[in-house]
Design a protein around this ligand. Structure first.
Ligand SMILES: Cc1cc2nc3c(=O)[nH]c(=O)nc-3n(C[C@H](O)[C@H](O)[C@H](O)COP(=O)(O)OP(=O)(O)OC[C@H]3O[C@@H](n4cnc5c(N)ncnc54)[C@H](O)[C@@H]3O)c2cc1C
Length: 384
């Protein structure tokens, strides 16, 4: 990938910078972290502004309603938005970053037309219903059943750790349709409306005090067959596409955010005298190098995905592994810089530190990413 900017890309960046400078002061105040309806409205409102200005779906193919703008612009957008302090995807995470891209890659033209424009326009929120109490890392052992009844599937079972379930309109749902098939073969990927009769959402509170995810109970929920993405019993393959986006590109913007946080940490250390500690300074320097390398890896993953038809490859697992660990180290360093101040639960630093612990688990644990890297990238023999 040629990383030098073209004249056209420089113009794009300048236009975006001017638009951000004009638009950000017009935004309403950010809602408090626990005000989920408020956060939904805020995040959808921001998405609508991006859409109206022509910046929504830069990374989506034109056939899916996106701008087909190529990796350089997509990455420039992430950098400029973060530099200006623009809101991040928030409640739109699943819809924009992995359910939408999965439908763009695997859905029929009618499905793309139904589901993708409302995501880009900031009208509908998606959540992800993959994990179950007995099926997280071992996702293929999931037990939620879907039985065909005429033109619908009747779904019964339960999901857990469903982020944003309370405020979602749709769920990318993985169910078992072939109970007698080998584990990976009898699964199907469905789009389920969250307001369908039989769906019950029970919020779960995290260590940081937030109710960001929930248990979802499904009791005879009817999901039209037309809402199935991919073929019946072919859901594992479709899910691998979803996970490739989730691990390969979905966290790209957050790398830029971490670089900004690191800068703020260095300034805080200078202000409170901790900067004089050479061990701490070296630690911050090593993190700066780590995040610079992660940004390069992001550029590589995004551009490699574009070259190979839009879906990121197993390289996403290298990124996910390194990024989730670096993020935890960043907030450990923050605790060292801030000292006793890092204990105040109402402080954003503290909330971020607590939530950073979840990054080595969410979207597949580090142990699972190690296995994928060993088997699919290094070609080592399978463990079982
Ligand atoms: C913040 C957050 C948000 C999430 N959001 C969602 C969501 O929106 N939707 C959703 O569906 N899920 C979501 N999840 C769930 C997440 O995908 C699972 O927690 C994750 O896949 C791990 O599964 P588990 O919790 O069942 O742990 P387990 O699979 O029970 O694993 C427990 C431990 O055993 C290790 N282990 C298990 N199997 C192996 C193996 N074969 N080899 C080596 N080690 C192994 C794991 O690495 C882990 O350390 C979220 C999780 C978090 C933390």
């Amino acid at each position: 990938m040629d990383l030098a900017e073209t004249e056209e890309e420089r113009e794009f960046r300048a236009g975006l910078r001017a638009w951000l400078a004009k638009t950000l002061p017009e935004l309403p105040p950010r809602p408090s972290p626990d005000d989920w309806p408020g956060r939904r409205a805020y995040d959808l409102g921001w998405q609508r502004r991006l859409y109206d200005a022509g910046y929504a779906g830069l990374h989506w193919p034109a056939a899916a309603g996106g701008r087909g703008a190529g990796p350089a612009r997509h990455l420039a957008f992430l950098e400029e938005a973060e530099r200006a302090g623009a809101p991040y995807v928030g409640a739109n995470f699943v819809g924009l970053l992995h359910a939408g891209p999965t439908i763009a890659a695997e859905g029929t033209p009618a499905q793309r037309a139904r589901w993708l424009p409302p995501v880009l326009r900031g009208e509908e929120v998606w959540c992800q219903g993959f994990s179950e109490p007995g099926a997280g890392s071992d996702l293929a052992s999931l037990r939620t059943r879907a039985v065909r009844d005429g033109d619908a599937y009747v779904v019964t079972g339960s999901k857990v750790w469903t982020s944003h379930a309370e405020i979602a309109d749709w769920c990318e749902l993985l169910v078992r349709t072939g109970p007698d098939a080998p584990r990976h073969r009898g699964l199907t990927w469905l789009a389920m409306p969250m307001d369908a009769p039989g769906v019950t959402v029970r919020p779960l509170r995290t260590l940081a005090g937030s109710a960001e995810f929930a248990e979802v109970f499904l009791d005879g929920v009817r999901v039209p067959v037309a809402y199935r993405v991919g073929a019946e019993d072919d859901g594992w393959r479709v899910t691998m596409t979803t996970l490739s986006f989730e691990r390969g590109t979905a966290f790209a913007g957050e790398v830029v955010a971490c670089r900004r946080t690191l800068g703020a940490l260095a300034r805080a250390a200078r202000a409170n005298g901790r900067w004089d500690d050479t061990v701490l300074r070296r630690r911050l320097g090593r993190l700066a190098a780590e995040f610079a390398a992660l940004w390069r890896l992001t550029q590589w993953n995004v551009s490699a995905a574009e070259r190979t038809g839009g879906v990121p490859g197993a390289g996403g697992s290298v990124f996910k592994l390194a990024y989730s660990q670096a993020r935890q180290e960043l907030y450990d360093a923050a605790a060292e810089v801030l000292g006793a101040d890092a204990l105040a639960l109402e402080e954003e630093w503290v909330r971020e530190r607590l939530s950073s612990l979840s990054y080595t688990i969410a979207a597949g644990t580090s142990q699972i990413q190690h296995t994928i890297v060993a088997e699919r990238i290094l070609g080592l023999p399978k463990g079982r």
